[in-house]
Design a protein around this ligand. Structure first.
Ligand code: HEM
Length: 171
């Protein structure tokens, strides 16, 4: 396994999240691949959750719903990521609150890297040759920004966080 941990495009300083903005091309690439994913949402959900539970079987009990609802939840999760492109600052409080809620679901800081890894795997499977190096870099930048803000919210709600850890990548 090739686990890549890199210090980030983002950092936390005195509870303020500082982003390195995505380029217009990265925004376009993530939008295009999101549109493609919505056409294959069930396959995407199957691939994503299968890889997630392979990577960390202890996460299985955190998810209470069946595959139909999980497909919708994956799209909700991706929708939040894409919403970041539209209004990165407006979404910050929402993401922090969501990060705090995730504590109640039993989510720990290290799980974000696992989910990021499963997400990259699913994108590679579903998008095939369209998952270019540039597209991958664009999704990494986006996931990095969202997870950093969610972890900051969890941190404020009472846990210490290594907020800048990048998704675990196997590609
Ligand atoms: C970029 C990161 C993530 C995003 C945008 C995201 C988004 C969401 C959204 C929109 C929900 C619906 C409920 C709510 O809004 O509170 C949700 C639920 C949930 N998320 Fe996340 N999430 C992320 C990371 C994670 C991670 C790292 C885990 C760890 C395994 C996780 C586990 C869960 C669980 C267990 C639920 C409840 C599912 C259920 O009721 O079956 N999420 N997530």
């Amino acid at each position: 396994m090739c686990a890549i941990r890199r210090k980030a495009d983002t950092q936390i300083h005195k509870s303020v999240v500082i982003y390195r903005p995505m380029t217009p091309e990265q925004v376009l690439l993530t939008r295009k691949s999101f549109a493609e994913l919505t056409r294959h949402e069930h396959v995407a959900a199957l691939v994503f959750y299968r890889r997630l539970f392979e990577m960390d079987p202890s996460l299985r009990p955190l998810f209470t719903t069946d595959i139909e609802e999980q497909a919708q939840k994956l799209l909700d999760m991706l929708g939040i990521l894409i919403a970041m492109l539209e209004r990165p600052l407006g979404l910050e409080m929402e993401l922090r609150a969501m990060g705090a809620r995730h504590l109640d679901y039993g989510v720990k800081d290290e799980h974000y890297a696992t989910v990021g890894g499963a997400l990259l795997h699913m994108l590679a499977e579903v998008l095939g040759s369209k998952f270019t190096a540039e597209t991958k870099a664009a999704w990494l930048a986006l996931y990095q920004a969202v997870q950093t803000t969610m972890k900051a919210g969890a941190h404020e709600a009472g846990r210490s966080s290594d907020v800048s850890a990048a998704p675990e990548s196997r590609h």
